[in-house]
Design a protein around this ligand. Structure first.
Ligand SMILES: Cc1ncc(COP(=O)(O)O)c(C=O)c1O
Length: 370
């Protein structure tokens, strides 16, 4: 049986409860912004330890809502060169100017020197991405930099549901956290997003913007909003996924540890160094392929000879054709790190036998290429 790169997981018990609750939703006629939404938002805020959480229909809209709240029109927003395409688009849609900052290959987050270099009089804030589900060990420096210069700090937590440093969860470190529930993520609602914050003004903006800009989400139109809310069925899925999030993260952690143990010593691969107080989600399990290894040939052999799907984390943002203009000539770490990144299959239902298959395939192909 071929190995899946990723797969959403709903336990048999959760599935039974979800089906009963969906039946209740359908017969109640309340398809939006009802008890399921309230229950999910309250539970998610409790989990992240923020006072508020507001559901949306994606992380992209959560980002855009946050950027609109900070009114970035005409201002620069700093974001990593190694990230997802809508980190650029959401800034543009909110009227801001995206400025790409290079990353540190050891942390997959901002290179602090480049972050400081890119600060100008027009900089209004930062979108900080916890890429692959890892919070950078330099998190204190990023928060201090934002505070020192009066910049807003949006955490993109699309990969980081339940990730923590020093016991503090992603989504509660900055001013606002934006999460994704896209089907590949560590928890999913089919698709969807959520904003976490302690800022009541931001919460109000979010509730209005996600529902056509109506005051309090129901009254007169006070802003130009959109249809960006999450419906009751997805909120029901989200609540049940959240209940099982910690056990899902535990299994991911076991797989990651098993991979590391079995792959250590393999020629041509290197790994991220994760400090002890740092708990990643392992949304992606990523190794880095040495420059003397033919990356394309390796991934082709893994797929064709062993049925093993792999992928790089992302293409560097400025190498996407539509974003070539954002290449500011200072993104070499983003390029080398992402272009040598190899993400291996990882999901809750993967067993150690399948991990062994991936490990054996990597050993075989890397040794044959020496
Ligand atoms: C880092 C990052 N941010 C934002 C998003 C957008 O998430 P969504 O699909 O929920 O809009 C993604 C999607 O994969 C992502 O990886």
């Amino acid at each position: 049986m071929s190995i899946k790169f990723t797969k959403p997981y709903f336990s048999p018990d959760a599935r039974k409860e979800i089906l009963i609750e969906i039946e209740e939703i359908l017969s109640s006629g309340q398809l939006m912004l009802g008890n399921n939404t309230n229950r999910f938002e309250t539970s998610f805020a409790d989990y992240i330890k923020t006072s508020k959480a507001v559901t949306t229909n994606s992380c992209t809209t959560a980002l855009q809502i946050s950027l609109m709240h900070y009114d970035v029109r005409g201002f620069e927003v700093l974001l990593p060169g190694a990230s997802f395409i809508t980190n650029i688009s959401s800034v543009k849609w909110a009227g801001g100017i995206p400025v790409l900052v290079d990353i540190d290959p050891e942390t997959l987050s901002f290179n602090l020197d480049d972050l400081k270099r890119k600060l100008t009089a027009k900089t209004k804030g930062i979108v900080w991405v916890h890429l692959t589900g890892l919070i950078t060990p330099a998190w204190r420096e990023i928060i201090a930099f934002a505070r020192e210069h009066g910049l807003f700090l949006i955490e993109d937590c699309a990969h980081a549901h339940g990730a923590s440093v020093d016991g503090i969860k992603a989504g509660s470190l900055g001013d606002v956290g934006c999460f994704s529930f896209y089907p590949t993520k560590v928890m999913t609602t089919g698709t969807g997003g959520i904003i976490t914050t302690n800022d009541l003004a931001l919460e109000k903006t979010a509730r209005e913007l996600r529902l056509f800009g109506r005051e309090g989400g129901v009254g007169a139109v006070v802003r130009e909003g959109n249809d960006w809310f999450m419906d009751e069925i997805r909120a029901c899925l989200g609540y049940h996924q959240l209940k099982e999030l910690d056990s899902a993260l535990l299994r991911r952690r076991e797989i990651a540890q098993y991979y590391k143990k079995k792959l250590t010593g393999i020629p041509g691969l290197s790994f991220l160094n994760i400090p002890k107080d740092n708990v990643p989600t392992w949304y992606l399990y990523t190794v880095f392929v040495a420059p003397d290894v033919d990356y394309k040939k390796l991934t082709k052999k893994l797929e064709e000879n062993h049925g093993i799907p792999t992928k790089p984390i992302y293409l560097p943002l400025h190498q996407e054709n539509i974003f070539r203009d954002f290449d500011n000539g200072t993104l070499s770490n983003s390029e080398t790190t992402l272009n040598r990144s190899l993400c291996l299959p990882i999901h809750v239902e993967m067993d150690n036998y399948q991990v062994d298959q991936v490990v054996r395939a990597l050993w075989t192909e890397l040794l044959s290429m020496k």
